[in-house]
Design a protein around this ligand. Sequence first.
Ligand code: ATP
Ligand code: MG
Length: 577
Amino acid sequence: MRASRYFMPTLREVPAEAELISHQLLLRGGFIRKQAAGVYVYLPLGWRVIRKIEQIVREETDRIGGIELFMPALVPQELLDETGRSGLDILFRLKDRHGRPFTLGFTHEEIITDIVRHAVSSYRQMPLLLYQIQTKFRDEPRPRGGVIRAREFLMYDAYSFDVDEEAMERAYQAVRDAYLRMFHRMGLPTIIVEAEAGAIGGGRNEEYMVVAEGGEDKVLQCDTCGYGANAERCELPDPNLVPPPINTVPPAQKVATPNARTVQEVTAFLNTTADRLVKTLLMRVDGKPAAAMVRGDRELNPYKLMHALNGESVEMMDASSIEQLTGAPVGFSGPVGLPPDLPLLADYELKGLQDFITGANEADAHLVHVCWGRDFPEPQWADLRVAEAGDRCPRCPTGTLREVRGIEVGHIFQLGVKYSRAMNALFTDAQGNLKPILMGCYGLGVSRCLAAIAEAHHDEHGIRFPITVAPFEVILILVNPEDGKQRETAEQLYSALLQQGVEVLYDDRDERSGVKFKDADLIGIPIQVVVGRAVQDGQVEVRLRADKSPQRLAIANAPAHVLALIDDLKRELEPAR
Ligand code: ATP
Ligand code: MG
């Protein structure tokens, strides 16, 4: 491709909202362009990268027996009614001219299940692994990081269909391994962590995280045993604390705390520390009220509360319901005097705490010297708080958790019969029994990978693409287009490389050499061939974007050398099979 004829509008000024380095580089390099909040154009350079990512995930899925199809983005709402997902906030909704409600596909479990329930009826038709690469739409509350969290984005989604748990587990394992090979081929170092299922639901599920400072997700990793989990999920062991004696604790006493509702305000006012305070949070699990207690310096993990109550959804109670239930405004809730039928749960840690401070369920008041089992009934103990760096590992006896930030590039789930049961996707087994199909679903953020690659591979000058996902393999830089010898040499090399099947971007533009070098570094094509003054001595320069140390070569030897470099770079990214 001749740069003079190509469409690569680079940007000099990056909008201030682009905080992440990957976002800045992809905008500056002319890979993406914002159309609206969370809606992006993939410019030609960006689209070439996307196509390579797609090709990698295709090849690796085909290798494990996956079969590609393409489902509509326009999804009749009635399908989502069948699984109860048509009310989700994340959905884009529209109506056709007859007033029929549709949504734009945010993930495709219902559509694929509908296809399969009409086409699969016997155990003989499974196992089955179907996949697509398609646009997804989610009305994200906070689009962010460019294509990292967009409202219209490209996702690869695969779905497995099996006859029993064991076969589902096998399918899950096959995709799990294939994902590792995909990310390896893209040059994306990932870790697999346990995760929360979110709106997808189901059982075992894991995420693939690219560790990066700019990542949105907090990930905890054991320093000893390899356990890793998203902070939304990360379990903590019961420390089995011994309750301190309470016979010397003075009776609970109400104190005025005018306008002090946050932990900080209350501890400052009462001149104490946050670990002497207990927060009582009023929540709804599957719509029903529940109260959860955690220490003042901890954070409630709402999913843990949901799991402790065997629920499927969790949300905070709204302010007016809190006031109705406790008699006090938000910020003054406490465990003493709550309705006796309200489930009251407390984090394991509070077993070892007595004589603490809580809200008094009265405006501008708190209680001091509160003891559980004395001033209010012993709560149900559970793992409720968000795990933090320094906490104990839930899986091994000696490990400690440390914290890193990650970008979630993939998420795989064992769905079991959640969708097949709701949508009546049944099959007849070998004995003639009618059973729900066992499913798995597997999502990979194709467009998010573009950003994750830039986040993982860059320096102060620009992106440094791994060769497998680079928009071109080689950039051929003609330093001075006015110089006849240089131009002639560059043209020859361009033809020679094209003939060998190399993807070359030939920078033949009428630009200053400084601009060309800057652009080459910015867009990050891995191999740079520089045709400059050295042609006088019959030489050109070949260098790698990643390490820069240039090599001078006789012009005639350059194509073979470049081919060998491409092979080397590709081989480094071949996964073990
Ligand atoms: P998140 O927790 O980041 O909102 P999710 O768990 O809702 O994502 P999944 O339903 O698991 O997302 O989607 C599968 C994959 O699609 C994710 O692992 C991610 O790589 C990608 N993805 C999800 N939401 C977006 C988005 N808004 N923009 C770009 N990619 C996304
Ligand atoms: Mg996810």
